[in-house]
Design a protein around this ligand. Structure first.
Ligand code: ZN
Length: 125
């Protein structure tokens, strides 16, 4: 928790800008906001420590993806964002796509049972 706190603090600061907030799977999930799209934000969701921010209501596959990023934040702490950016540069340098070929994104796209460090299971409620 503490190691990922720098990301979580930024997420908590942004959380009031989302319409719905709920705790699930050990994270604060904030859903529903139009302003990121108006500002040109191309992604559906972003994970900041133990806070997941999403422009809409997340489906289970996307929640699973973001929970893998939470585990990555827990592993790398304040180093996660610099390492994530380096992984994007590395992907570009190798002729890949800045997002799709980022190793952290590739890990987050793996099926739940093969993703490294995953200790949870997303279930319907
Ligand atoms: Zn991702």
């Amino acid at each position: 928790m503490v190691w990922a706190a720098p990301g979580s603090v930024v997420g908590v600061v942004l959380s009031p800008l989302f319409r719905r907030r709920r705790a699930t799977h050990g994270v604060l999930l904030c859903e529903g906001a139009d302003w990121p799209r108006r500002l040109g934000w191309p992604f559906r969701a972003i994970t900041l420590g133990h806070v997941v921010l999403s422009v809409d209501v997340l489906d289970e596959p996307t929640l699973h993806h973001e929970l893998v990023h939470v585990r990555q934040f827990e592993r790398w702490g304040p180093l996660f964002i610099p390492l994530y950016l380096l992984a994007s540069v590395w992907a570009l340098a190798r002729g890949g796509h800045v997002y799709r070929d980022n190793r952290f994104e590739r890990d987050a796209r793996r099926p739940a049972h093969t993703a490294p460090g995953v200790r949870f299971e997303v279930v319907s409620r």
